[in-house]
Write a protein that binds this ligand. Structure first.
Ligand SMILES: [Fe+2]
Ligand SMILES: [Fe+2]
Length: 326
């Protein structure tokens, strides 16, 4: 059984098409999309139109919830702040209502049990938490906390936009040997000893954040090899594609103009594949009372102090008129 896992497309139809062309070559038995189909890049309608008629399996991510919960009591905090959530306002205005109804019926997670294979747990972050993802350098305690409710031997996660292939054992072993192994951890409340998991993140199709701008996904192949925990071998892929039409669409769609500071930072993330939003907020927290200061004011100061916009311009393959927006 071969399963293609895609996630975090984020409305980037050009990246999705590049991955689909690559999948033509691989001919997987099934395609799975693990959340964050929409938002951040302007072509969410195109992406949903590609996904909806297919027989692909799809889960919801936090960006589906941002859209579906908009204007309800479960809305994101300060959802009327145009600088913070303008791109969501743009999406609410522009996503076709029938696509919203499609998203309404998607599951939050899946357990896949293909004949003669071991089960796969699939969720955008961790079970019950769309935004609890996995990343390099993560404290071991946190990883084990997130994995504790996972009774299946393999967890397919997403959300952090980085490719991962981890074998985690609750006694502290980790493939990268970067965790402190506490010999006294057995029997403590930290975790149940002897449990182990294969944790896989396919990376992001539309907005990778591992400093590699290519569209990313993975193929899972079922295997009886006892050396592969959980019975699924993961192979990660990174596909080059032309980002210029993606960047251009930020201008032509109106998202960049209407979407506030965060839309600019999303644009930057397409340019660099670095965590531009986190970089900005870390800087802002060191220099401002972020709860009291308008986002635009902090962003202007950030640009002034770091000249990050110049760095972006140097690396921007489209070289649109971003300067005018900032
Ligand atoms: Fe995402
Ligand atoms: Fe996410």
């Amino acid at each position: 059984m071969r399963l293609a896992v895609l996630a975090d497309i984020h409305g980037n139809i050009h990246a999705l098409e590049a991955v689909m062309a690559e999948l033509e070559r691989h001919q997987p038995d099934q395609i799975l999309i693990n959340g964050d189909i929409i938002n951040a890049v302007p072509n969410s309608n195109d992406v949903v139109e590609r996904v909806r008629p297919s027989d692909w399996l799809v889960t919801r991510g936090n960006h589906e919830f941002y859209y579906l919960n908009y204007g309800t009591e479960h809305d994101v905090p300060n959802s009327n702040d145009r600088e913070r959530w303008g791109q969501l306002h743009w999406l609410v205005k522009n996503l076709k209502p029938e696509h919203g109804r499609y998203l309404a019926g998607l599951p939050d997670e899946l357990t896949l049990l293909y004949p003669h294979t071991q089960p796969l747990r699939v969720t955008h972050g961790s079970p019950g938490h769309h935004r609890w993802g996995f990343y390099e350098g993560q404290p071991r305690q946190e990883i084990l906390q997130f994995l504790d409710p996972v009774s299946q031997p393999t967890l397919v996660s997403a959300h952090t936009h980085v490719q991962l292939d981890w074998m985690i054992e609750s006694d502290g072993r980790h493939t990268d040997d970067d965790f402190y192994i506490d010999p006294h951890a057995y029997g403590t409340s930290e975790s149940t000893p002897g449990r182990r998991w294969h944790v896989i993140n396919p990376g992001s199709v539309g907005m990778p954040l591992n400093s590699d701008v290519r569209a990313q996904f993975c193929l899972l192949q079922s295997t009886d090899d006892p050396a592969v925990w959980g019975g699924w071998q993961a192979t990660h892929y990174r596909i080059p594609y032309d980002r210029r039409p993606v960047l251009e669409s930020y201008f032509t769609s109106g998202m960049l103009e209407q979407g506030g500071v965060i839309s600019i930072l999303f644009y930057w993330e397409i340019v660099t594949a670095d965590r531009e939003i986190s970089l900005f907020f870390h800087w802002a927290e060191a220099h401002f009372d972020t709860k009291q200061t308008p986002l635009r004011e902090m962003f202007n100061a950030y640009v002034q102090a770091t000249a990050r916009d110049q760095y972006i311009l140097e690396h921007d393959p489209y070289k649109g008129q971003l300067k005018a927006i900032i």
